[in-house]
Design a protein around this ligand. Structure first.
Ligand code: PDD
Length: 304
């Protein structure tokens, strides 16, 4: 039996057929079968990508780091001068209700808030009622092969906008980056700034081990403050692994490992970038150690 993030688990996993008709979505106050859940064509999310989102992992009915996720959602909303449609505790209760209406034990909840419906005009002419949409899917698990061999990636010059700290639903650049990764037969594209520093992936944060130190780009407008990034850094610090939040490059001397983190993957070693081998080409000792510790924490949380 394999844990959603790819580790061994003791708890029994509920088996369900996944059939779209049986999944339930939340749309603006109603719980509906997924294929009946609809949004207005003049929703500003559809017309301008005028909205923000979160993806939250749920392990056996418990939502991982829900408070930091809702705090980040609030940050994203504030940054675009939009109000949360409900206070955080009401959102938490809706998330819980939606989870219970869906057939997964380990799940990821997608929640999207847009500014609302109005005749198309770039300017926000009047306060609007925000739209809230949520869906639930099974939390994916990396394959045994991926865990044994590590993931792979390419690098691309960053052509996204200048506020990547906002979890915006405007994800066209990320879609293009992921497609480019798929075209190269790899898992992720890492964005590079003009000085070839690795910023983050299309849907991941990225780290290196350089001379025994865990290095990752600092929190600024060029990256999303990942919830798992935070867990990786906390885990490393608790193990007395030195941590530096600073710009870094792949050609730095003594770079021995790379890894990436996200809500959907926890932490994955990355062993090939731009077709070059990182370290020995297999998951390195620090990445393996951190991943093991994180899976232990997640398992403890699941069983708490
Ligand atoms: N993406 N950076 C970017 C650009 C992301 O889109 C994500 C997450 C992360 C990692 O953040 P977290 O640890 O909070 O998941 C970093 C989600 C999973 C997505 O778009 O599906």
């Amino acid at each position: 039996m394999v844990h959603a993030f790819g580790g061994a688990i003791t708890a029994k996993r509920i088996q369900h057929r996944v059939n779209n008709k049986r999944l339930t979505a939340y749309v603006n106050g109603s719980f509906l079968p997924l294929d009946e859940a609809k949004i207005h064509i003049e929703d500003r999310g559809f017309q301008f990508a005028d909205g923000v989102y979160e993806v939250i992992a749920c392990l056996g009915g418990k939502f991982l780091d829900i408070k930091p996720h809702l705090k980040r959602l609030e940050h994203s909303c504030q940054a675009i001068q939009m109000k949360l449609p409900y206070p955080a505790d009401r959102l938490e209760s809706l998330i819980q209700q939606l989870y219970q209406k869906n057939p997964f034990e380990d799940a990821m909840i997608y929640m999207q808030i847009t500014r609302g419906v109005a005749p198309r005009s770039h300017t926000i002419n009047a306060p609007m009622k925000p739209s809230l949409v949520m869906t639930v899917r099974e939390l994916p698990a990396p394959s045994e092969e991926k865990l044994a061999d590590g993931a792979s990636a390419i690098t691309i010059r960053d052509f996204r906008w200048g506020r990547c700290d906002i979890k915006s639903i405007a994800l066209l650049a990320s879609v293009m980056g992921k497609q480019e990764a798929a075209r190269h037969g790899v898992d992720e594209s890492f964005w590079l700034d003009d000085d070839h520093h690795l910023l983050e992936g299309c849907a991941t944060n990225v780290f290196a081990i350089i001379d025994g130190t865990l290095v990752t780009h600092p929190l600024d407008h060029q990256i999303l403050g990942g919830i798992m990034r935070d867990m990786v850094l906390r885990t490393a610090r608790s193990e007395n692994i030195p941590v530096q939040e600073r710009p870094w490059r792949l050609d730095e001397e003594h770079l021995s490992e790379c890894m990436m983190s996200s809500t959907t993957n926890a932490l994955l070693p990355v062993c090939h970038i731009d077709q070059k081998t990182i370290g020995h080409g297999k998951p390195g000792p620090v990445a393996k150690h951190l991943r093991t510790l994180m899976l232990k924490k997640l398992e403890a949380f699941r069983n708490s």
